[in-house]
Design a protein around this ligand. Sequence first.
Ligand code: HEM
Ligand code: MG
Length: 329
Amino acid sequence: GAQPVPPPIKDTSLKLVNDALHPWRPLSPGDQRGPCPGLNTLASHGWLPRSGVATPAQIMDAVQNGFNMAWSTALVITYAAFLVDGNPLTNLMSIGGSSRLTGPSPPAPAVVGGLSRHGTFEGDASMTRSDAFLGDNHSFNETLFQQLVAISNAVGGGKYNVSAAAEVRFQRFQDSVARNPTFDFSNPRFATAFGETIFPMAFFIDGRDKSLALDLEVMRGFFQDSRMPVDFHRRDGAFDGGGTEFDLIFNSHDYFPGFNNGSVNNFVADPFFLGTQTVAACALYEKFVNTTVELYPSPSGVLRDALNKNLDNFFLGFADQCTQIKPFP
Ligand code: HEM
Ligand code: MG
């Protein structure tokens, strides 16, 4: 069953996190890694179970302790993902593909697909992973990384900085418009795609380095090998995923939520982007609730209790501005 949300960590200072207790280790058979270089790295350093199967509380603790992601950001991302990709009965989720380690699943249409499952949380136009329609949506893709390198050399002075991030985001968007007839850039992808371009600058640069420019070989280490550099220190102070860098990237091109309407080069606005809401954040909240209902149309007993607890936990991230939706009375 579900557990309460763990409290925020108390010490958010700069700290060595590639330490003696958290050495990088190669994968063992069955270990799960997936589309998120942050969680992959935490698992390969033992901040998360090395199996890649974890509880929401373990994920929230690990992203705070290992990278200093803000509690509120960790809460929203973790529970959004857990509701649509995790196993509410065992309280376990795979950060990669589906795994026996998450235990017996609830009945279909529930999926318990793990983070690599396309369309629930994972989506198109990722920086270093292919669109699911075009190939492997969870493994490091050298061709895509080389495009990121070329852009960083052209506009970032040879590093991944905010200028490079803005152009990478746009190039990946344009590539999907041009090549993926099923390209989907509506919620939740519209909400996650921009923040994820900031995360490497916020979390993968050593906390003692204030340049906001990420070395490309260090970046490759995180994205390809799930590996922190030697002596890596987490950032000083928690980061909530927003800020001026986010605004700069978001405003650098004329983005709107939408999808390719059945063919390439046919990107149209999503008319249902806001759902029944007026505030974009509440629309994102509603979207994850609706996906949860699609997966669990009429839960009962312990399953319903667990889903309701996790929905309550997820709503904590939106309580200041949205009205709670209670799909399972
Ligand atoms: C991408 C989940 C925390 C960095 C993703 C994706 C998922 C995910 C499902 C794939 C989205 C896509 O590109 O299609 C999560 C969950 C987290 C979490 C559940 C729990 C809090 C973090 C942290 C970091 C991070 C702490 C950095 C330290 C990234 C980056 C990408 C990404 C950079 C984009 C990868 C790319 O575009 O190639 N995450 N994530 N994430 N995540 Fe995480
Ligand atoms: Mg993706």
